[in-house]
Design a protein around this ligand. Structure first.
Ligand SMILES: Nc1ncnc2c1ncn2[C@@H]1O[C@H](COP(=O)(O)OP(=O)(O)OP(=O)(O)O)[C@@H](O)[C@H]1O
Ligand SMILES: O=P(O)(O)OC[C@H]1O[C@H](OP(=O)(O)OP(=O)(O)O)[C@H](O)[C@@H]1O
Ligand SMILES: [Mg+2]
Length: 283
């Protein structure tokens, strides 16, 4: 049995649960709602605050965990980084009141900075040889300058709208973050086996992301040109249609090139184009 620590509620929760579900982990309803077992797969899911996930994985309370890179680095816990998961992307930045004139990092000398990430910030300020005072708070960091608690903040930024609504401006990006899969460094062989299966499933999901399956009918005499714009995984599948001179083509395309490719296919006489989402892809 492999125990996975995940965030119980918050920004990571939904995408984490979606990833687990897509990987075939459906949870049994139980009385102990903070620890649920999965149906038909030897894992159980432990729901925690994200701050507690790195340490729980490091000390073996959980075998693996899904947590933001920011918390993983902040806690300095001795858990192994297994895989970047590509969701909950954000950055940790320094921000100051928007009307302040800012010429560089020296601005922070002698200032008070409110943050929930004191270790990452201390390291950064030491590196930049800035001497500032830290005011550690666990949430609502962006209101600190407005209520006179601090001169500046160091916190999570994504769209930047929280900064704008608190009359702050981002002046320095210190680190980028995304959700990570982390693991205890001393897993038994049987736990490693379950983890390997899970990684295999996560990778199949990630490979399918941003890809679409296309089916279309095309005139046989345009086949060569169409194949050139439809690379597929190896090469497209081509089958003859009952109607003489026509073929059916199946292939995989990257979503970002979707409209461009469809336009070219239509121009080459393709018809009956079907575009289907791909759930998982094993190469
Ligand atoms: N606006 C955002 N956009 C993208 N990712 C974010 C955003 N805010 C936070 N994250 C990521 O999601 C993680 C969890 O954020 P959340 O706001 O739910 O944390 P929290 O309030 O500390 O939760 P908890 O109650 O579990 O301690 C963050 O550590 C960060 O990695
Ligand atoms: O740049 P933005 O897109 O505005 O996102 C940044 C905000 O998102 C997170 O808070 P969240 O909304 O999760 O609320 P919280 O403060 O309760 O954690 C984070 O703590 C920032 O405050
Ligand atoms: Mg937290």
């Amino acid at each position: 049995m492999l125990r996975i620590a995940v965030q119980s509620k918050g920004r990571l929760f939904e995408e984490t649960m979606m990833l687990l579900e897509e990987a075939g982990i459906k949870l049994n309803k139980g009385k102990r709602t903070l620890l649920l077992s999965a149906k038909g797969f030897p894992v159980e899911v432990l729901f925690l605050r994200d701050d507690d996930i790195p340490q729980s994985v490091a000390n073996g309370v959980a075998d693996i965990g899904i947590v933001g890179e920011n918390e993983y680095i902040e806690k300095g816990a001795e858990a192994l980084l297994i895989k970047r998961l590509g969701f909950s992307k954000c950055r940790l930045s320094l921000a100051i009141p928007k009307d302040e004139e800012y010429k560089g990092i020296e601005w922070f000398n002698g200032k008070t900075i409110a943050t929930s990430y004191p270790e990452i910030l201390k390291d950064y300020l030491r590196q930049k040889q800035v001497k500032a005072e830290l005011h550690v708070i666990s949430g609502s960091v962006e209101i600190a300058p407005g209520i006179g608690l601090a001169d500046a903040i160091f916190d999570i930024v994504s769209s930047g709208s929280t900064l704008v609504s608190n009359q702050l401006k981002e002046v320095d990006v210190v680190m980028q973050s995304e959700a990570l899969l982390i693991a205890n460094s001393e897993l038994t062989d049987s736990k490693k086996e379950i983890l390997d299966e899970l990684i295999f499933r996560f990778e199949a999901i990630q490979t399918a992301e941003g890809k679409k399956y296309v089916l279309l009918n095309a005139p046989q005499n345009k086949l060569k040109e169409i194949i050139e714009i439809l690379p597929g995984m190896k090469s497209p599948t081509v089958t003859p249609l009952a109607e003489e001179g026509w073929v059916s083509i199946q292939s995989v395309i990257a979503e970002k090139h979707f409209w461009e490719i469809i336009g070219k296919l239509k121009a080459l006489g393709a018809e009956g184009i079907l575009v289907i989402p791909i759930e998982k892809m094993i190469l």
